[in-house]
Design a protein around this ligand. Sequence first.
Ligand SMILES: NC(=O)c1ccc[n+]([C@@H]2O[C@H](COP(=O)([O-])OP(=O)(O)OC[C@H]3O[C@@H](n4cnc5c(N)ncnc54)[C@H](OP(=O)(O)O)[C@@H]3O)[C@@H](O)[C@H]2O)c1
Length: 204
Amino acid sequence: MITGVSRGLGRALAERALEDPHTWVLGIGRSGFEHERLRLRACDLSRPEGLPGADELRPLLEGAEEVVLIHNAAVVEPIGPIGELDSAAVIDAVNVNFTSPMLLTNELVKALGRYPEKTLYISSGAANRVIDGWSAYSATKRGCEEFFAHLAQRALVEIVNPGVMDTGMQVAVRAATFEGQERFHALHERGELPDPATIAAKII
Ligand SMILES: NC(=O)c1ccc[n+]([C@@H]2O[C@H](COP(=O)([O-])OP(=O)(O)OC[C@H]3O[C@@H](n4cnc5c(N)ncnc54)[C@H](OP(=O)(O)O)[C@@H]3O)[C@@H](O)[C@H]2O)c1
């Protein structure tokens, strides 16, 4: 089960996982891609009331010998100084990055009646570092790290910082205005942003 399989790292993780002919992917997000072993449960993660609950997840996971839960979907916006953030964008970021991963994990454990065999939380260096203007992203990433540290008391959990990658998230970073932004432009201009497929291969 992978959140955000439409593009970026999530798509690369799904494609890599599907190279194993015994693996099925249940994508959770607004869109997916064509593959005979990919099933999409369409939902907008910024609207947690529309997330699948345990009763819906149970039949979707029936027969799975091993369940691997990968929380990947996230948004970096809104980027800006506190005092100038758009409240609706902050609420969306909290819902996508923080509320939805907690709720999905809780409903999945309920559905399975056990912990998933593995849980992977895709975090960020920003969870533990102040980057000017990234307060909402940093806070939600840090919050999730804490939630998954709790799950790790009982289950196998990996918190992974994938590092910078050449995805839509970096496009959003370059489009914003904040102190220290030159570093992200420079990485892009020098062609130093790794392809998400390379990172996905390492993670899988
Ligand atoms: N890129 C980097 O440099 C970098 C660095 C460190 C950590 N990370 C982490 O890596 C992970 C993947 O990021 P990425 O770079 O692959 O980002 P991305 O290219 O922007 O992709 C984000 C994914 O999340 C989904 N998503 C966003 N908002 C959603 C919503 N409201 N409902 C459903 N799905 C939604 C997107 O789906 P839609 O197509 O529907 O929007 C997309 O599949 C994130 O957890 C991010 O924090 C990235």
